[in-house]
Design a protein around this ligand. Sequence first.
Ligand code: FAD
Length: 395
Amino acid sequence: MTKTVTTRPSFTDTDIIVVGGGLAGLVAAFGLAKSGKKIIHLAPPAPPDMRTSALMSPSVEILQQLDLVSDPNEIGEPLTKIRLIDATSRLLRAPEALFESSEAGIKAFGWNFANMRLAQNMLPLIKKYKNLTQIPLSASQMVKKDHSWEITLSDGSKLQAPLIIGADGKKSFVRQNSDITIKLQNHAQSALVCDLILERALDGESVEYHYENGPFTLVPAGGKKANLVWVDDGGILEKTAKLPANEIEAILQKKSQNLFGKLSLETPTFVFPLSSHHASEMGKNGVVLVGESGHAFPPIGAQGLNLSLRDVAQLVELIDDIDTTKPDWAKSLSSEYSKKRQGDIISTNQMVDTLFKTLLSDFLPAQMLRMGGMWALKSIAPLRKRAFEMGMGPR
Ligand SMILES: Cc1cc2nc3c(=O)[nH]c(=O)nc-3n(C[C@H](O)[C@H](O)[C@H](O)COP(=O)(O)OP(=O)(O)OC[C@H]3O[C@@H](n4cnc5c(N)ncnc54)[C@H](O)[C@@H]3O)c2cc1C
């Protein structure tokens, strides 16, 4: 995925090193390159990312402003309806609710993209930016030197830059080496993902069945194709993933309540263990975190990458205004970025956490709250409007 570099830029000649070649790292590297700063992007080869991402309209606008996506319909599938079905066998069950983007006066809530397709769409841009160099190596050491950081690469060579962007995922090497801590919560749940062919097309509708152990969501992926995100007890999912295809298909069909006829697997299944964390600070001392290095949570309400794109948008805004002739520019930028990102990250984290807990709770008052909440959402127009706004995220 990366072009191999034979001539390295001199290590004093770089403003920013972006560490990590996932979607957050790619968007950060290309987004920052637009500012004209000199960027080195460390993007070591990684296993294919089989996840898909529902990105809400404000996030797609960020990608468009950064020239990373032109027409989202060319590479993604519009999400025009969201249906919530209480599939639990609990005493108190919430009513089924359908949200339509036309109600909010918009064509689509957002688009569903295959992560690999989104990344592939960006890669040719490397040719456009002469100030961006991609190196397919990982960072293995990081030391602070006056106003810069020195990074040792996996081949032993060294690079130096005032600003380091940690886009290196949940176990972030950059975060661990920059005195930023996280509070980690490992969940009993995992998420199983795969592509399916349905007998009846979803037609722009994302359907979320709420089960006792987590949601089972079918997301439209064009025609009769759907992406499945099934959150359940990790042990159950690991066992399911090992079954023969026809047995998995029978389980999935039952969980979809046969609403879409026969389901066939189009890809193998992949299981992702789930955890939550958010960093004590999103930046300090010339280090900035974007994406899952700074925050992670279960895929409930499709918020993870949406939040990461808002990280990058904030970073790009700050870079455009910074005076890089001042020796301490990276330090001031990192603390300013951290302050500006805290509110959005805390509120998104709380929203996902509350949703996750009320979905899983067997506690009667929590069930009453959820049922009451769903009735209110179904019937009170201003509340529906507020829910739309929260789900879409800030612009
Ligand atoms: C099942 C599932 C469904 C999801 N659905 C949605 C959704 O619908 N909408 C949404 O907004 N979000 C969704 N998310 C969340 C979203 O997928 C993630 O937030 C996002 O992909 C994380 O991107 P990232 O680049 O931060 O991390 P990663 O994708 O983990 O990338 C990190 C990269 O850093 C590299 N790296 C690690 N260490 C080093 C090092 N030392 N040096 C250099 N490179 C390094 C790794 O090789 C990797 O490529 C979902 C998540 C899951 C699990």
